[in-house]
Design a protein around this ligand. Structure first.
Ligand SMILES: O=C(O)CC[C@@H](O)C(=O)O
Ligand SMILES: [Zn+2]
Length: 498
């Protein structure tokens, strides 16, 4: 997860702290050419001011932060940011941009990891920040309908007060917007239990050329033709802009327990997972893992102390159920078994909220620790669990002292590895040692080169490692159909050559 609201990195304001190096312009570091879109004129600005009075930002200082991604490695040079409040305003903006051939970069909380939410050149930034109203919530069905700019953590609080939870949770919850989550098809920490947004999102309202596509149903079952909303989930704003979301919230579990364990090897992590599924089955709600280097880094950079003895691997297991006593007993049996059979060498358990949060922080804040370690090369891979850690070991041997740290962690229960490599600074030779090697290795396992972070600007030219040419071609055709002028989030998601 990313963009945690804690810490100075996440609270990045408009100006970098003194001594922080400037982020290089994307167009200078990467081989990318501006497409022939129009540039924003005085007349355009006047038109925008009529559409969103008081919501047109052109102050260069205020535009610094929205031009830079959370990782601070990509920078666009947009000169206009628009802050609509309603779908109608978005519709007018898009109609104008379509007519005038102006490119648009939709932006939510700007916490993405693949450069999908920042402009590459001078695209107009369309921020969902002021579209933050809950439109309805039904306390029997748990169906929430809200605008795209609602912050995930605020939605969580809203539904929790009503005894429900959001079906997704991620480290960036304090800043990310639900519209951005859906556009990215973000995975996160509750995926194992509640599944993908393709299942929990019931409806969407989307806009492309200004026409409103109303797929905003709140039905659990609906087989009336193609399920068009699915196309926009994970399309990263390249096919349309999501303005409203209808999402199914599960009831708030009465009992949540977390166990944090140390494992002697990766084989034991896998066996712990199998045992866990067998013994905790219906109450298991998360199975996360991290390696020893991750623990060192959260200790060094964030001063979080390990709650268990030093181990090569750590796992975080969460259970969510309806009967506290019953769940604790089950988890207790499981731990006894895991410790007794040597799968686990040390462990701690938490039921009270404070300790639960503290244990989760060790896992959730790894991204933040890595960002403080130096320049980060990030890979978000889906792999067969049996092979999931091999690439980490392989890279350590391959890179030797060229990398500062090579770490592996992630959503083991979902077969999703976060492979991160840190270095003092960006280096083309280290990049050449990593890519295409990591992608080829992943393709060799029939894995995915983007499990849950999306494709954005960074990964668009590697889709071919996980998708056949026919699929890529159909994607291009869909893009041309829905966004004929290509103004929606250009330079993102689809490969550049076609
Ligand atoms: O920074 C990363 O690579 C992973 C971020 C996030 O998806 C997580 O699970 O913590
Ligand atoms: Zn993740």
């Amino acid at each position: 997860s990313w963009g945690r609201p804690v810490g100075p990195l996440a609270r990045r304001g408009c100006c970098s702290a003194p001594g922080t190096p400037e982020v290089p312009l994307t167009r200078e570091r990467y081989p990318v050419r501006r497409l022939p879109f129009s540039t924003v004129s005085k007349q355009d600005l006047a038109a925008f001011e009529r559409i969103v009075p008081g919501g047109v930002v052109t102050d260069p200082e205020a535009l610094q932060a929205p031009n830079v991604d959370w990782l601070r490695t990509l920078r666009g040079c947009s000169k206009v940011l628009l802050r609509p409040r309603t779908s109608e305003e978005v519709s007018h903006i898009l109609r104008h941009c379509h007519e005038r051939n102006l490119a648009v970069n939709p932006q939510g909380g700007n916490t993405g990891m693949v450069g999908g939410s920042v402009p590459v050149f001078d695209e107009i930034i369309l921020s969902t920040a002021r579209m933050n109203r809950v439109l309805s919530f039904h306390s029997v069905s748990g169906i929430l309908v809200c605008q795209a700019g609602c912050v995930l953590e605020e939605l969580s609080r809203y539904v929790e007060e009503r005894d429900f939870i959001m079906p997704l949770d991620l480290g960036a919850k304090g800043s990310c917007h639900i519209g951005g989550n859906v556009a990215t098809n973000a995975g996160g920490l509750r995926f194992l239990r509640y599944g993908s947004l393709h299942g929990t999102v019931l409806g969407l309202e989307v806009l492309a050329d200004g026409t409103v596509l109303d797929c905003l149903t709140s039905l659990r079952k609906d087989n009336t033709g193609y399920d068009l909303k699915q196309l926009f989930i994970g399309s990263e704003g390249t096919l349309g802009i999501i303005t409203t979301v209808s999402i199914l919230c599960p009831p708030k579990p009465r009992a949540v327990n977390v166990a944090f364990l140390g494992c002697p090897g990766f084989a034991e992590v896998l066996q712990t997972f199998s045992t866990c599924k067998g013994m905790l089955g219906e109450i298991l709600s998360a199975f996360e893992f991290m390696d020893a280097v991750c623990m060192q880094l959260v200790g060094r950079h964030l001063h979080l102390a390990s709650p268990v003895q030093e181990s090569p691997f750590y796992v975080l297991i969460e259970t969510s159920g309806s009967n506290a006593g019953h769940d604790a007993e089950k988890l207790g049996h499981f731990l006894e078994h895991a410790l007794g059979s040597g799968l686990v060498t040390d462990g701690t358990m938490a039921t009270d909220q404070r300790k639960v949060k503290m244990l989760w922080a060790l896992r959730e804040r790894i991204t933040e620790a890595l960002s403080r370690d130096g320049y980060v090369y990030k890979y978000d891979l889906s792999l067969p669990v049996e092979r999931l850690y091999d690439i980490v070991t392989d890279l350590r041997a391959r890179l030797g002292p060229h990398a500062k740290h090579v770490v592996g962690y992630g959503h083991l229960g979902d077969g999703n590895l976060h492979l991160n490599v840190t270095a003092e600074a960006f280096s083309p030779s280290l990049l050449a040692a990593l890519e295409p090697h990591v992608y080829e290795w992943t393709a060799g396992q029939q894995g995915s080169v983007s499990a849950e972070h999306g494709v954005g600007f960074r990964k668009r030219d590697v889709l071919g490692y996980s998708k056949p040419p026919g699929a890529l071609q159909l994607m291009q055709q869909l893009k041309a159909l829905l966004d004929p002028k290509g103004i929606l989030n250009p330079y993102k998601t689809l490969p550049s050559q076609a």
